[in-house]
Ligand binder design. Structure first.
Ligand code: 0X9
Ligand code: ZN
Length: 309
């Protein structure tokens, strides 16, 4: 099924059906990989996009969406990126010359489904916890790198930033970990799509210290923020998560840098929209994804320029 990203929000199964339809249309350029299942047994799928030249082991740009269930613009953005790279290939060819792209539109499949059926502002997974009153763990506090600090995560299952009983006790964080580790050694850009805040967040989240290569990552963020301001006057702030947002521990970007040795790891907080920031109207999708694509494209180009294959 073709889907019009700008015309609606789609469920996890609609997104999976769309991903599954792509190899038929782009047999040489895409592959759908199944990396595992959510707690409620939804299949978690990842799309790899190449230019079809058959060269193996190019450096990788890995993009995920919907780590947080209510952040609906993030799967839309992931789908828009896929369509830019496939249907608008003529304009984006250079981005696939020496790099492959790996895109996982929905990490938190159960939570995302729940935001369609029960409660629009759900954030966490849907796995029960030790507290019978409270369901769900924050995938973005469940990664095993500096996991468990009380500054940046909660041990209380009723909190929205509950980190889980143990690192990687959620199948969805295990799957995202496995995707990252699959590209170990060639993960040049990890980008996690979230909303909202107009922020480009760099590690670390868990400490006020700065990682090695912080300045290089800042140059990439700078390229993205500048491209956006030039195109739409959209203003992004950027810097370390700890300072620019708040402390976070056990999140996926810290893991990508700290354990997988990604060259650049970043969380993009797309703009607020809708009633509460997380819930854009359908009519706002186009503005949000086209503006963000200007930034993502510029950052990818900067990564490719700085770290040639
Ligand atoms: O708190 C979070 O998990 C993210 N913000 S959100 O409002 N989407 O929930 C920010 C995580 C940023 N972490 C790193 N860049 N390390
Ligand atoms: Zn988020």
């Amino acid at each position: 099924p073709q889907i019009d990203v700008l015309a609606a929000f789609y469920t996890h199964s609609e997104i999976n059906d769309y991903l599954d339809s792509l190899p038929e249309r782009f047999p040489k350029r895409v592959q759908v990989k199944h990396f595992g299942w959510s707690y409620e047994r939804r299949p978690l799928k990842v799309l790899t996009i190449t230019n079809g030249d058959g060269k193996r082991n190019k450096p990788v740009i890995l993009i995920d969406g919907t780590v947080h269930a209510r952040e609906w613009i993030s799967p839309s953005m992931a789908l828009y990126i896929i369509q830019q790279l496939l249907d608008n290939y003529a304009e984006n060819q250079e981005l696939l010359e020496d790099y492959d792209w790996v895109i996982m539109p929905v990490v938190n499949a159960d939570g995302y489904e729940y935001t369609h059926t029960d409660y629009r502002y759900w954030r966490k997974t849907r796995r029960p916890t030790s507290n019978p009153e409270c369901v769900g763990t924050d995938i973005n506090r469940n990664f095993d790198y500096e996991w468990g600090h009380d500054e940046g995560s909660s041990s209380d299952p009723c909190e929205d930033n509950y980190r889980g009983e143990r690192p990687f006790d959620q199948p969805e964080s295990q799957v995202l970990r496995d995707v990252m580790l699959h590209y170990n050694g060639r993960l040049n850009f990890y980008l996690s799509l979230h909303s909202y805040g107009n922020l480009l967040l760099l590690p670390w989240g868990y400490t006020s210290d700065f990682p090695d290569h912080y300045q290089d990552m800042m140059s990439v963020a700078d390229a993205g923020a500048k491209a956006i301001v030039h195109s739409t006057n959209g203003i992004y702030s950027y810097g370390s998560t700890y300072y620019v947002l708040y402390p976070t521990s056990g999140d996926s970007a810290d893991f990508a840098l700290g354990v997988v040795n990604a060259t650049v790891a970043m969380t993009m907080e797309m703009p607020a929209a809708g009633f509460l920031g997380f819930d854009p109207w359908v009519s706002q999708i186009e503005r949000l994804v086209t503006e963000s694509w200007v930034g993502v494209r510029a950052m990818a180009a900067e990564v490719i320029r700085r770290y040639p294959a």
